[in-house]
Ligand binder design. Structure first.
Ligand code: HEM
Ligand code: HEM
Length: 183
């Protein structure tokens, strides 16, 4: 199995980052906590918040690596399907990439503009680098909403992949699954 993709399969780096991202997003979502800042930043919640922020930050790092690699990688051609389906799939993929950036970015900026630190990988408090602004609370709220949108869109995307496999019998799901031959 090669690092780069072929005409009919994603390469191992694209596959590994895809499935690791899906897992990290799911766990980050499951451990996310809302409520007023007094609850979110309460000392009793610190470990859960650090876990949430570390997982989410890793999603952002993986996104940068994945998109940089995508520039050099070969992306498989779509199997035969109606044009509207192909266009809908591509729009969904780029919407997912946009959300993978916007969700962590609004969280980090929301925390800093709200006058709160960001805590990742046990490195201690990173920031805030300026005083609290009202913008912080709005960004934190947008972050939570976009996190929900990401989960719904990823769910729809996963359902579409399974639909392709079970009902259309094409290679859409198989080309993203590891352990299959390259051609
Ligand atoms: C893809 C990754 C992420 C997902 C899916 C995600 C999802 C969520 C969701 C759904 C909530 C709202 C929970 C609720 O209101 O019930 C939330 C809250 C929060 N997240 Fe994330 N998050 C991610 C990444 C991050 C990152 C990278 C950080 C910071 C570095 C972060 C910091 C926070 C904070 C501080 C809150 C509480 C916001 C508030 O209500 O004041 N998240 N997250
Ligand atoms: C948070 C969860 C997920 C996110 C953010 C996500 C994101 C993405 C993105 C951005 C792509 C486009 C890859 C590219 O061309 O660069 C993609 C492709 C793909 N994903 Fe996901 N995905 C998630 C979960 C899943 C799940 C659970 C499944 C299967 C059940 C799945 C199946 C696929 C398949 C089969 C492709 C290739 C589609 C094609 O080539 O047309 N994904 N995913």
């Amino acid at each position: 199995m090669s690092l780069s993709g072929t005409r009919i399969r994603y390469g191992s780096l694209a596959q590994a980052s895809h499935w690791l991202t899906a897992l990290l997003v799911l766990v980050a979502f499951l451990v996310s906590q809302g409520g007023p800042p007094t609850r979110v930043y309460a000392p009793s919640n610190a470990a859960t918040l650090q876990l949430h922020e570390s997982l989410g930050f890793t999603v952002l790092v993986l996104l940068v690596i994945r998109l940089a690699w995508r520039f050099f990688d070969r992306i498989p051609e779509s199997p035969p399907m109606p044009l509207w389906m192909d266009v809908a799939a591509k729009i969904t993929h780029w919407a997912l990439y946009a959300l993978l950036f916007a969700v962590p970015a609004t969280a980090i900026l929301g925390a800093w503009f709200g006058g709160h630190p960001v805590t990742v990988y046990g490195l201690g408090a990173l920031g805030p680098f300026f005083g609290a602004w009202r913008l912080g609370a709005s960004l934190a709220e947008i972050h939570g909403t976009l996190g929900d949108v990401l989960m719904w869109l990823a769910g729809l995307h996963a359902a579409a992949a399974i639909f392709h496999h079970v009902f259309l019998h094409d290679r859409v799901l198989k080309q993203m699954l590891p352990g299959l031959p390259n051609s």
